[in-house]
Design a protein around this ligand. Structure first.
Ligand SMILES: Cc1cc2nc3c(=O)[nH]c(=O)nc-3n(C[C@H](O)[C@H](O)[C@H](O)COP(=O)(O)OP(=O)(O)OC[C@H]3O[C@@H](n4cnc5c(N)ncnc54)[C@H](O)[C@@H]3O)c2cc1C
Length: 428
């Protein structure tokens, strides 16, 4: 008898799962609530789709923080090379860019989505759009099918839950899978936004700097609980020593901020006060900044402070920095006293912002939290609670920083779940 596998969600994980389950001989029905498949793939990587990354396995796993080890088994079976070979078989050539990021050579996310669709349909998977699954049907601890929103019941020997997270709900990922898994007894680790812009207490100042982008700066965060000492906030993802950030009308964003955002969100949830420290001149010590500024002030004695600072920071920031240091921006630099110069130096090396929160979950690029990993088999992605139920992709408690890591997790988990669900699979 042919095994029937029903997959909920035609995103990255669901599409590849459908392809693999059909390839190993199962009858596959892929149910998608939107009118087309892979809407999140289409917006990924600024519509260019950063598929994966060339980092070696150990470095790769660091990008998932604490939960990276869960993926080790899966990556031994189906990792980047296998993924890229599969995509190449369906016509997607790829190229590597800065930071090991791998994109389709065409620069089109659509090509990745279409290749996965071809993989699934070539092997005979059936796709049904505009079909929203409401619940997973279970009898005696074993999956027996799913029920759609319109009441239709679709029987199945195995069900793969691939509904994604709750970020960017316009793509169809509205968090349905968390509810469905919870109804079956799964633990949902609290959902939080990751890769999300942060809000600051100094709103007026942020608004004045809106759109200003800082390159080659260092961002660190400190946290303080109650009257306790301030501590450096540990960021669980590899944080580049220097990089880029930008100001928005509500606060701060850009690569460095997004990478640190989940740790900041968690510290705030824990009741800590969090401060962002921007080192605008990370390549120089405070003494070196001091000495150079003093030399410049002597060489260009008549120059106004704001003009002098424009050589150090973007123009929009020059006046703000002078103001925050308590020195009028229109003063000729020869009138600036040593202690005033010291205040400017302190700002250049430690430009502080109090972080008040983040934009909501819907605005994050990824959802942190989700189905607890201890309840899922890391080889087959089968639930340890319900036989025949497989849980994959962002629905799991997995969230990485940027660089192609989130999609690789979705692809690997989807592929392996498809293989196990389609061919009989492991029993826990
Ligand atoms: C703007 C943006 C850019 C990104 N760029 C990158 C990038 O370049 N590289 C990278 O690695 N990661 C990137 N990510 C993250 C990455 O896209 C996701 O982590 C990944 O797509 C998750 O795959 P998934 O299959 O688990 O879920 P999704 O791709 O979200 O797919 C879930 C699917 O399930 C469907 N669905 C949901 N509920 C139901 C239901 N009840 N019934 C039927 N269908 C349902 C949804 O409509 C959707 O099609 C980006 C995310 C965003 C928001």
């Amino acid at each position: 008898m042919t095994k029937r596998v029903v997959i909920i969600g035609a995103g990255a994980a669901g599409l590849i799962a459908a392809g693999r389950a059909a390839e190993v001989g199962a009858e596959v029905i892929l149910l998608e609530k939107m009118a087309e498949a892979g809407k999140k793939i289409l917006v990924s990587g600024q519509e260019r789709c950063n598929i994966t990354n060339s980092a070696p396995l150990e470095k790769f796993l660091e990008h998932y923080g604490r939960n990276g080890q869960f993926l080790r088994n899966a990556y031994h079976r189906f990792f980047r090379d296998e993924l890229l070979a599969l995509l190449a078989r369906y016509g997607v050539e790829t190229q590597e860019e800065r930071g090991g990021r791998i994109f389709p050579a065409s620069g089109k996310a659509e090509d990745v989505r279409d290749a996965l669709l071809r993989y699934a349909t070539t092997h005979g998977a059936t796709l049904r759009y505009r079909t929203e699954v409401q619940r997973i049907l279970v009898a005696d601890g074993e999956v027996i099918g799913v029920q759609a929103q319109n009441g239709e019941r679709i029987p199945a020997h195995a069900v793969i839950l691939a509904t994604g997270g709750a970020a960017w709900p316009a793509t169809g990922s509205t968090g349905d899978g968390y509810r469905m898994a919870q109804e079956l007894g799964h633990t949902i680790v609290p959902l939080r936004p990751a890769l999300v812009p942060l809000t600051v207490a100094e709103r007026t100042l942020a608004k004045a700097l809106q759109g200003v982008s800082l390159r080659n700066v260092r961002c660190t965060f400190s946290m303080q609980k109650g009257a306790g000492p301030a501590k450096v906030l540990r960021i669980p993802y590899p944080m580049p020593p220097t990089g880029e950030m930008l100001f928005t009308h509500f606060g701060v964003s850009g690569p460095l901020i997004l990478t640190a955002s989940l740790a900041v969100v968690d510290a705030l949830r824990d009741g800590a006060k969090v401060v962002l420290h921007i080192d605008l001149k990370p390549g120089m010590t405070e003494q070196e900044v001091h000495a150079r500024l003093q030399r410049e002030f002597e060489e260009h004695a008549q120059r106004l402070l704001s003009n002098q600072l424009k050589g150090w920071v973007p123009a929009a920031l020059a006046e703000v920095l002078a103001g925050l240091s308590g020195v009028a921006a229109d003063r000729p630099v020869h009138t600036i006293r040593a202690e005033e110069r010291a205040r400017i130096v302190a700002r250049l090396k430690d430009f502080r912002w109090e972080i008040t929160g983040s934009l909501p979950l819907a605005s994050g690029m990824v959802t942190a939290g989700g189905v607890a990993l201890k309840e899922v088999n890391p080889v087959s992605f089968e639930s340890r609670l319900i036989r025949g139920l497989y849980i994959v992709g962002e629905t799991l408690d997995i969230a990485a920083d940027t660089g192609g890591f989130n999609l690789q997790a979705a692809f690997s988990s989807g592929y392996l779940a498809g293989e196990h669900a389609g061919s009989g699979g492991l029993r826990n």
